[in-house]
Design a protein. Structure first.
Ligand SMILES: CC(C)CCC[C@@H](C)[C@H]1CC[C@H]2[C@@H]3CC=C4C[C@@H](O)CC[C@]4(C)[C@H]3CC[C@]12C
Length: 237
């Protein structure tokens, strides 16, 4: 792996205002920080490994436990970029862990501010959370990087209905699998502060579980191609 020079992303050349520049900077910074976590080889412990998918964990300074999923997916990096970044607003259609996801602001092609609401978990051990994040992408010749971190938007304060959690600094690295198979290597750093008063042991079980679920739903989405789930029947009289 190598660290891209995120400071000089194309977006930087767009004519943008101060706030937009600040969001671009936050996005680039999130990606940079997350890549540094992933690329530090020290201290990772294997949590689980099943049919080629592996989740590692590591405890960072300040006692935060982060999780790194490694998997191979049957799609090109471009296709995954399209599903995970361009069409991010469709994510709740194929991922039942997400109740709602909306782009609140576009900053150039590479940066967006998103609002996400997670679904109730089984038994509702961890209640619904909402997230306000800056999402940033960087496309290199082969690799595609997605970065993200919690952010603020004046026009979008925390909602009293939810506990606002913080996702990030987080990243996804998508690389083509070797030998031109058309598949991709997928690395996802989950670095989340779920907030609220929940036992750490519970959170540390829920997070790798969420990664396993996410990967399963993504695989189902890839197998279904562009097909949308059948629309609910119109029950109006
Ligand atoms: C355990 C409970 C509290 C949370 C479970 C839901 C988690 C797994 C959900 C909620 C919001 C989701 C994120 C929403 C948006 C994006 C941006 C996209 O480009 C890559 C996936 C990514 C980063 C999602 C990963 C999964 C995610 C973090």
């Amino acid at each position: 792996l190598f660290t891209p020079e995120v400071e000089r992303g194309k977006g930087q050349r767009d004519r943008v205002n101060k706030t937009d520049l600040s969001y671009q900077h936050q996005g680039q910074q999130a990606l940079q920080t997350a890549l540094e976590i992933v690329q530090d080889a020290e201290g990772w412990r294997m949590e689980m490994s099943e049919s080629g998918d592996t989740i590692y964990s590591k405890v960072l300074h300040g006692n935060r436990k982060v999780f790194r999923l490694e998997a191979e997916l049957e799609a090109s990096p471009e296709e995954l970029y399209d599903i995970l970044f361009v069409k991010v607003e469709e994510m709740h259609q194929w991922n039942p862990s997400i109740r709602h996801i909306k782009i609140l602001k576009h900053v150039g092609q590479e940066t967006k501010i998103t609002h996400e609401v997670s679904a109730e978990t089984v038994g509702n051990l961890i209640g619904q959370r909402d997230f306000l994040s800056v999402r940033h992408s960087l496309k290199m010749q082969n690799c595609i990087y997605l970065g993200g971190a919690a952010t603020h938007l004046e026009s979008f304060p925390p909602h009293p209905e939810f506990v606002r959690a913080e996702d990030g600094p987080t990243c996804i690295i998508i690389r083509p699998s070797p030998n031109g198979t058309g598949k991709s290597r997928f690395t996802w750093l989950l670095n989340m502060d779920v907030k609220g008063w929940i036992p750490k042991s519970l959170v540390n079980q829920a997070l790798p579980r969420a990664q396993v679920d996410f990967t399963a739903h993504l695989r189902r989405r890839l197998a279904a191609g562009g097909k949308k789930p059948a629309a609910a029947a119109d029950t109006r009289p």
